[in-house]
Design a protein around this ligand. Structure first.
Ligand SMILES: [Mg+2]
Length: 361
């Protein structure tokens, strides 16, 4: 089963190879060779982690209030070479494309802007996201997509996890499995444990694999007590076992009718029984943005982060020295943004990214 999954991904991995091929000229210097499909990514991330130690001063700390984008060219276009878009609530809501998005992306490309998509949703791999973009009629290159499932795999590459000979236990879905397959890291759990339970009879102890060196926790629609207990045993009882969270988003959009419990719930369950803080590889952590900066040699100050969420997207931009734009097309209302209780302020906000080109709509 696992083998066929690897073959399936390897067969379609040409774009991914292209994605990492130019990431770092010094791949050969990396211990363990460059046989992995992620050989460039591991170098990029390694350097990115080092670079992230020189973090710039937060933009948010300098901002008193948010203001509506009124002069897109002067306030934004002239100051930006790269746009990083969150997906859910910005490009689509659930499975519905937000109106006007394709033409906005086309106009940005025509203006010579570079575009990336960064999502905290780990249920899909980059390959899975490419399929979603395709199904919505959006033409996107694989190297333009950064998912937190990719970030988890890239982090394991950067920390040379494979060299330890250990395994990963997954609380999460197929996106994490596919990304770990691509880097050849053994794993189990995930969807396979979705229907497992425990029989609590006297004296029962759940056995666990002492060779698990990391637990990766991503959004999991089939989380259960078995998985929580298994993760708890690995983290609490296996010496040095890492706790890696793809993200800690409180809520997410499973449907466009209401907010649904996000990966913060899954991570919170594991934190609650271990007392361990996870390493967060998705937004608002710096890993993905540092990778983009290093790989594409772009100026941090000329990157604009566009997202619908204050505590991940805008904070991600602020923590990493980027311009940030909040769009009201997702989870955040104008009332919440402008309330005295809100302490996280973007540089500008818009109704949707259609406001980038107000004269065309
Ligand atoms: Mg979003």
């Amino acid at each position: 089963m696992r083998l066929s999954a690897i073959h399936m991904l390897a067969a379609s991995a040409a774009p991914v190879r292209a994605f990492v091929a130019s990431a770092a000229p010094s791949v050969a210097r990396f211990a363990g060779g460059s046989s992995g499909i992620f050989s460039g990514a591991r170098q990029g991330l390694r350097g990115a982690v080092l670079a992230s130690k020189a973090r710039p001063v937060s933009r948010t700390m300098r901002m008193a209030n948010s203001q509506r984008l009124g002069d897109p060219i002067g306030q934004m276009m002239d100051k930006t070479d790269v746009f990083i878009f969150d997906c859910d609530g910005v490009i689509w809501k659930g499975d519905s494309l937000i109106e006007g998005v394709p033409s906005v992306l086309d106009r940005l490309r025509q203006a010579g802007k570079r575009i990336f998509f960064v999502t905290n949703n780990s249920t899909k791999s980059r390959k899975g996201y490419k399929s979603k973009f395709d199904s919505l009629g959006l033409s996107v290159e694989p190297e333009e997509i950064f998912s937190s499932s990719f970030a988890a795999a890239a982090y394991l590459e950067q920390t040379r996890f494979k060299d330890t000979g250990k395994k990963v236990y997954i609380v999460g879905e197929v996106g994490i499995e596919e990304e770990l397959d691509l880097i050849g890291v053994p794993h189990f759990g995930g969807p396979s444990d979705g229907s497992k339970g425990v029989e609590l009879k006297p004296g029962f102890a759940l056995p666990h694999d002492e060779n698990v060196g990391a637990v990766v926790v991503g959004f999991d629609r089939m989380i259960n007590y078995y998985k929580i207990q298994y993760a708890q045993l690995c983290i609490n009882e296996n010496p040095g076992c890492e706790f890696i969270a793809t993200n800690t988003d409180a809520v997410t959009h499973l449907t466009d009718a209401q907010e649904w419990a996000g990966n913060g719930a899954m991570v919170g369950a594991i934190k609650g029984c271990t007392g361990v803080e996870p390493t967060i590889v998705g937004k608002p952590g710096p890993l993905m943005i540092d990778y983009i900066i290093q790989k594409y040699n772009v100026e941090r100050s000329r990157i604009c982060m566009v997202g619908d969420r204050l505590d991940t997207d805008v904070l991600f931009g602020a923590n990493n020295g980027l311009m940030s734009i909040l769009t009201l097309s997702g989870v955040t209302t104008e009332e919440k943004l402008l309330s005295p209780e809100n302490k996280i302020n973007p540089d500008y906000y818009v109704n949707s990214i259609n406001d980038f080109f107000p004269f065309y709509t």
